[in-house]
Design a protein around this ligand. Structure first.
Ligand code: TYM
Length: 336
């Protein structure tokens, strides 16, 4: 394939922690599936990231396969795209060290996600949590990714990745592609159902704050019916004054494809209860085919492991090329 025919590279990943939920679907997974044909894609289950906070080993092992299976159920094709587990390709950890030696403490201290997550960890914050954005930069730069589809909460991590890449290129000549972030038009930041001022999170201790992709239809209906609402009565998009209903409008619009103004006018004069009922049905309808495919795929453990074996081999070959180049550039003697 000539350079002009080569597709641009796209990479993204999700941490196997908590339960994959509709925020991950709307913010990331759906864009992945949509962009898959136009890009040369790599989709990673980022298990090295997950251990920046405590994990139960057996749970982590199970969740890695669950997440892989959900990637596939959301439409990722492991033949077209390279799908793998981060820890199967050691080059991620290796490049992270090399990049870490070119990243400043001040830059990492400014990461809001570190500040938020470290607050929840009490006294013993793992240093990996602080170093985490460097590992994420390594994931992206290792494959020369042009585009990184993520939700809004990853904006700062993408910015530091670009800064590290540019700094490295200035010091050593062009080594890295400087990636662009890609955010969905609607739903880049889905908020919690129990507190619409904080983002929906798959690791939230309260499962009522999110709709998991594998929640049963009645559980979904119950969570949306009980979702916090605002003090007003109108179905109107006003994130400042009506954050809860605005969030439900975003969820509806993102999953149904109907525009927010059209939803506002259709629900003029109707109460929150009617609106919530329709949002619940939209969510149930969106996750039903995912759940069905998940159930078909999840029993075939050998098949899933084969996909990961193939993905790791493909990823490893590509990662090696860039890693060897970086090592040469920083002045390491090549191994003979
Ligand atoms: P993670 O695992 O927290 O989330 C996975 C993806 O889901 C998006 N997301 C959301 N989008 C909209 N609304 C929400 N409430 C919401 N919550 C999560 C995230 O923005 C993300 O796109 N550091 C990353 C994982 C990662 C990565 C990478 C991503 C590691 N290496 C390389 C891209 C490229 C993370 O913790 O995402």
């Amino acid at each position: 394939m000539s350079d002009s025919e080569r597709k641009p590279v796209l990479l993204s990943g999700i941490q196997p922690s908590g339960n994959l939920m509709i925020g991950n679907l709307i913010g990331a997974l759906r864009s992945w599936a949509e962009l898959q044909d136009r890009y040369d894609c790599l989709f990673v289950v980022v298990d090295l990231h997950a251990i920046t906070v405590p994990q139960e080993p057996a749970e982590l092992r199970r969740r890695c396969l669950d997440f892989l299976c959900l990637y596939l159920a959301c439409g990722i094709d492991p033949v077209k795209s390279t799908v793998f587990v981060q820890s199967h390709v050691p080059a991620h950890s290796e490049l992270a060290w090399l990049l870490g030696c070119h990243t400043y403490m001040g830059e990492l201290s400014r990461m809001t996600q570190f500040k938020d997550k470290s607050k929840k960890q009490g006294e013993n914050i793992r240093s990996g949590l602080f170093f985490y954005p460097v590992l994420m930069a390594a994931d992206i730069l290792l494959y020369g990714a042009d585009l990184v589809p993520v939700g809004d909460d990853q904006r700062q991590h993408l910015e530091i990745t670009r800064d590290i890449a540019q700094r490295f290129n200035q010091l050593y000549g062009d080594v890295f592609t400087v990636p662009e972030a890609y955010f969905p038009k609607v739903g880049a930041r889905i908020m919690s159902l129990t507190d619409p001022t904080s983002k929906m999170s798959k690791s939230d201790e309260n499962p009522r704050s999110y709709v998991a992709l594998l929640d049963a239809p009645d559980v979904i209906r119950g969570k949306i019916r009980r979702a916090v609402t605002d003090s007003g009565t109108e179905v109107r998009f006003a994130p400042e004054s009506q954050p809860a209903i605005s969030n439900l409008l975003q969820i509806h619009a993102a999953l149904s494809g109907e525009s927010i103004p059209s939803l506002e006018s259709r629900f003029t004069g109707k109460g929150y209860a009617d609106f919530k009922e329709e949002v619940a049905e939209v969510v149930v309808r969106a996750v039903a085919p995912i759940q069905e495919r998940y159930r078909q795929l999840r029993t075939d453990k050998a098949g899933l492991e084969a996909i990961l074996g193939d993905g790791a081999a493909r990823a490893e070959r590509r990662a090696r090329r860039i890693l060897d180049k970086v090592k040469r550039k920083v002045g390491f003697i090549p191994r003979t």
